[in-house]
Design a protein around this ligand. Structure first.
Ligand code: GDP
Length: 472
C-alpha cells in the first residue's frame, strides 16, 4: 500500500496506529482499513478481481443471430502411448493437402487445419494426448470440440486409454473411437469394442451411441471414414461463431524466436483476427505485426477455428491462456498491468479449487451441486468398492461424481484433471508422486489419503454434512 501511494511505510503504520490498529510491516490490512488509510493520503481505492478484469477484456456487443456462421470442429487425438496418435496426426497432415493449395503443411505451429474432399474443414491440435488437453483446460481453455480416442487393435484398452476417456468425459467433449493398427496380423478390433462395452462405452456396431472406425494410421486405411464420422459428430454440436467481431480464442504455443521476437500460435474461437489488431493474452499484449499459417504463408486475416502464428506480442503467454482483441493499445496495456499486479499479489495462486473442508460450507450456502472426485488405489476391487460407496453418498442437493478411477500412484495428470474439473483426489493405499505433490501444492488441490475404506466414506460424508472436524 505504501509503495502504491509512494509514501514511507512508517507513515502508513503511523496512520494505522492513529486509527487504533497496531500493525507490523508485513501484516495484511483489511479492506476497510485500507480505504481509510488511502483516504488519509488523498487516494481513492478500487478493488479488482481477475473475474472483473476478464469481463472487461471480453466485453463485446452481443452476437446478432444473422452474424452466426458454422465453424469447423477443433479436434484432439488422445490414447495410450504407442497406440498411434502421432502417426494419425502425421498421416492426416500429409494426406489432406487439397488441390490448389500451394505447399504442404510445413510448419509445426501446434495446430493445423485441413480441408477434406467434401470441402469441409477440420482443425487438429497437433500436441496429442490427454495431458496437454487437460493442462489447457486447467488454464480455462475449452479448446477441443471433439476427441478422437485411439486404441491399438493388437493391444488392448490400456490405463492411459481409460485416462483419456475420463479426461474427455470430464470435459464433456464427445468422443469418436479410432481402432488402429488393423493392418497388423494380431489385430482384433472386436476385442477392443468388447473392452469398451465393459466400461459402458458401447460403440455403434454394438448398439451404442459412440461412433468407431477401424483404421491403419500407418497405411491410411479408414482415416477418411474416421474424419467423416468426426464431422457427423460436429454436426450434432452445431458449432457456430460470429466472424464479424473482434477475435477471441486461445494460445496454443508461444516462444521467443531469435530472429522474430515473441511468436505465439493462437487458435481463433470466435471473431476474425487481422493484422494490426491489438491482442491481449494473460499479462502480455501487442499489435499483430505479421501472421503465418501452418503452410508458412503470410495471411492477413483468420476466422473462427483457424490456427495462426502471430508476431508482435511483448512476451510469451502461457498455453491455454485466452486471448482477446482489444479496441486500443491503451486498454490492453491497462488490463495486462492489472493482471500482472494481481498475479504478484496472489503469488500466482489460484485458490478457487474445492477442498474437503469447504464442501460442507458450500453445500450449506447452496451454490454447489456437484462434487467431483478422482479415486486412485492399489487394487481394482477396493477402488470399485470405494467409488460405488462415494457415489451412493449423493443426495438430492448434491451429486457425487467419480470422474476418474484407476490403479496406481496419484500422478501429475490426476492433479491436472482435478484442477481442470474442480475435483478432490482420494488415494486409497497409494501416495502421490513427488511431482504430483508439488503440482497439487501449486494448484491447491486437496489430496486425501486413506488406508481404510470406511474412513474415506465417513470423512466425505461428514464433509458433505458440514460436520468435518477441522484438520489439525
Ligand atoms: P503415439 O505414441 O500414440 O503417438 O504412437 P505413434 O504414432 O508414435 O506410433 C507408435 C508406433 O506404432 C510407431 O512405430 C508407428 O509406426 C506404429 N504404428 C502406428 N500406427 C500404426 C498402424 O496403423 N499400423 C502399424 N503396423 N503400425 C502403426
Amino acid at each position: 500500500l505504501a509503495t502504491m501511494m509512494d509514501v514511507p511505510v512508517t507513515k502508513v503504520i503511523g496512520t494505522c496506529m492513529n486509527l487504533g490498529v497496531m500493525v507490523s510491516i508485513n501484516q495484511r490490512l483489511d479492506a476497510e482499513t485500507i480505504n481509510i488509510v488511502a483516504d488519509e493520503f488523498g487516494y481513492k481505492t478500487e478493488y479488482v478481481s481477475s473475474e472483473v478484469i476478464d469481463a472487461i477484456a471480453q466485453d463485446q456487443e452481443e452476437d446478432r443471430a444473422e452474424d452466426m456462421e458454422a465453424r469447423p470442429p477443433i479436434v484432439t487425438v488422445m490414447g495410450h502411448v504407442d497406440h498411434g496418435k502421432t502417426s494419425l496426426l502425421d498421416h492426416i497432415r500429409k494426406a489432406n493437402v487439397i488441390a490448389g493449395e500451394a505447399g504442404g503443411i510445413t510448419q509445426h505451429i501446434g495446430a493445423y487445419h485441413v480441408t477434406l474432399e467434401s470441402g469441409r474443414e477440420i482443425t487438429f491440435l497437433d500436441t496429442p494426448g490427454h495431458e496437454a488437453f487437460t493442462a489447457m483446460r486447467a488454464r480455462g481453455a475449452a479448446v477441443t470440440d471433439i476427441a478422437i480416442i485411439i486404441v491399438a487393435a493388437d493391444d488392448s484398452v490400456m490405463p492411459q486409454t481409460i485416462e483419456a476417456i475420463n479426461h474427455a468425459s470430464a470435459a464433456n467433449v464427445p468422443m469418436v473411437f479410432a481402432i488402429n493398427k488393423i493392418d497388423k496380423p494380431g489385430a482384433n478390433p472386436e476385442k477392443i469394442k468388447e473392452a469398451l462395452a465393459n466400461m459402458n462405452y458401447l460403440v455403434e456396431d454394438w448398439g451404442g451411441k459412440y461412433q468407431s472406425q477401424e483404421i491403419s494410421a500407418k497405411k491410411g486405411v479408414g482415416v477418411h471414414e474416421l474424419l467423416e464420422k468426426v464431422l457427423l459428430e460436429a454436426d450434432l454440436l452445431e458449432l457456430k461463431a460470429n466472424p464479424n467481431k473482434r477475435a477471441t480464442g486461445s494460445i496454443i504455443e508461444s516462444s521467443l524466436d531469435k530472429g522474430r521476437g515473441y511468436v505465439a500460435t493462437v487458435l481463433v474461437k470466435d471473431g476474425t483476427l487481422n493484422i494490426g489488431d491489438v491482442v491481449l493474452a494473460g499479462t502480455h499484449f501487442g499489435r499483430v505485426k505479421a501472421m503465418f499459417n501452418e503452410r508458412n504463408q503470410r495471411v492477413t486475416s483468420v476466422g473462427p477455428s483457424e490456427p495462426v502464428l502471430i508476431l508482435g506480442l511483448d512476451g510469451a503467454p502461457q498455453a491455454g491462456d485466452t486471448f482477446n482483441v482489444m479496441p486500443t493499445e491503451q486498454e490492453a496495456r491497462d488490463i495486462a498491468n492489472k493482471r500482472e499486479q494481481l498475479q504478484r499479489e496472489q503469488g500466482l495462486r489460484t485458490s478457487r479449487h474445492i477442498t474437503l473442508d469447504e464442501i460442507g460450507r458450500r453445500i450449506a450456502i447452496g451454490n454447489f451441486q456437484e462434487l467431483n472426485v478422482i479415486v486412485k488405489g492399489d487394487v481394482d476391487g477396493s477402488i470399485e468398492a470405494l467409488s460405488d460407496s462415494l457415489i451412493k453418498l449423493s443426495t438430492e442437493e448434491i451429486q457425487v461424481n467419480v470422474i476418474h478411477k484407476a490403479v496406481g500412484q496419484i500422478s501429475e495428470s490426476d492433479v491436472m484433471l482435478a484442477a481442470a474439473s474442480n475435483a478432490i483426489i482420494i488415494g486409497f493405499q497409494v501416495r502421490p508422486s513427488m511431482s504430483a505433490r508439488k503440482l497439487a501444492e501449486k494448484e491447491e488441490i486437496d489430496i486425501r489419503l486413506y488406508s481404510i475404506i470406511y474412513n474415506a466414506i465417513e470423512e466425505l460424508k461428514a464433509a458433505m454434512e458440514g460436520m468435518l472436524s477441522p484438520e489439525i
